[in-house]
Design a protein around this ligand. Sequence first.
Ligand code: FMN
Length: 273
Amino acid sequence: MLFAINQDKCNRCGICAAVCPARIIKFKDRNSFPVPLNGASLVCIECGHCVAACPQGAFSHRDMQPEDCIPIEKKAPLSPEQVEVFLCSRRSIRVYQEKPVEPGTLKRLIEIARYAPTARNMQNVYWIVIYDKNELNRLGGLVIDWMRHLIRENPEIARSLHYNVLIEEWERGTDRIFRGAPHLIIAHAPARDHYAAENCAGALAYLELAAYAMGLGSCWAGYFTTAARAYQPLKERLTLPQGHSCFGAVMVGYPKHRYYRIPLRNKPVIEWR
Ligand SMILES: Cc1cc2nc3c(=O)[nH]c(=O)nc-3n(C[C@H](O)[C@H](O)[C@H](O)COP(=O)(O)O)c2cc1C
């Protein structure tokens, strides 16, 4: 059975059916309890909205019991003003303290990132934490090798992207690939999944915000991500599961400097229709 109703608690309000994205919960009449439509198991995306939105805690999904879910306080945890300042004051951090981050803290970031939206609730984002600084340096070296390779194969494009400058700096001991961060968190997914890229990007966006809330700094590792998709030696080092691609990665560590003001951004281009 896809779901069960505690009939002592259910007041037949119909909210479970209203919030179900697949519309697979029905009421035969006003006095009946909710039941699944035929074939409901095949289309249920297991988002848990039926369990989460039931005011009575009467709805149990096959894989989700209301008592296992963390309750949400009625009062909003942050005011809109606080949220605005929080979101606008996060910055990409490119100067880090040498201090490592506790593995448990990095795990907590990933656990929060699981709550980012994924298409059809696929939850198809997989993670690799490069915790070891030596391994991170090795990966940085492979990104630099990829840049050297591009300069040989496609000098015009490589130069327009200033890869020669990044290589020279690397050779002088300045890491513009991972900015001297102690750790890297990589998001990968089955490459053929629809929305694999969007799901990974959304999860990494959550992860960056959670990192900021915990006093950590982060920054997308764009050079690494591009190289991880294109350069065979780097792919071999990463050993992703068969059919998976890297869809993004962020460096994480304790920031060395704080920011005192929010930089200006372009005005949004909005067309009202
Ligand atoms: C997809 C993506 C790739 C990025 N790659 C890099 C990178 O390789 N190195 C870097 O220093 N910053 C990288 N960034 C950070 C952007 O430069 C940064 O978000 C932008 O300048 C705005 O600054 P803010 O994040 O502090 O608001 C990347 C950002 C995104 C979204």
